[in-house]
Design a protein around this ligand. Structure first.
Ligand code: FES
Length: 106
């Protein structure tokens, strides 16, 4: 795989190569970051959410858009599911420091 850029994770500033073929969640696991993933990457729980600070990610797919539509107010502007979004180039990504509620319990 050829990297498309560099991912920078906040807080902490850890950097790693960005691969379009891998989700942000796979990237963060590779970097040994603490990153919740209660539903195992099925776009059902929202616990893997991240905030895009800068850069470009793949467009939102149907399952991700549906989860956000079904839970209005649960997501802040710029947030994406780490288990669905993939980088398209350099990107700065923030992982929430607070515990995120599992939307399957909502
Ligand atoms: S791990 Fe559950 S929505 Fe991503």
């Amino acid at each position: 795989m050829k990297p498309v850029g560099v991912l920078t994770w906040l807080p902490g500033g850890i950097q790693q190569p960005a691969y379009e073929q891998q989700t942000l969640l796979v990237h963060s696991m590779t970097a040994d970051l603490e990153h919740a993933q209660a539903c195992g990457g099925h776009a059902e729980c929202g616990t893997c959410r991240v905030r895009l600070v800068s850069g470009t990610l793949t467009p939102m797919g149907h399952e991700e858009a549906e989860l956000m539509r079904d839970h209005p107010g649960a997501f802040r502007s710029g947030e994406r599911l780490g288990c669905q979004a993939r980088p398209l180039g350099d990107a700065v990504i923030e992982v929430p420091s607070d515990e995120v509620p599992d939307l399957r319990d909502a």
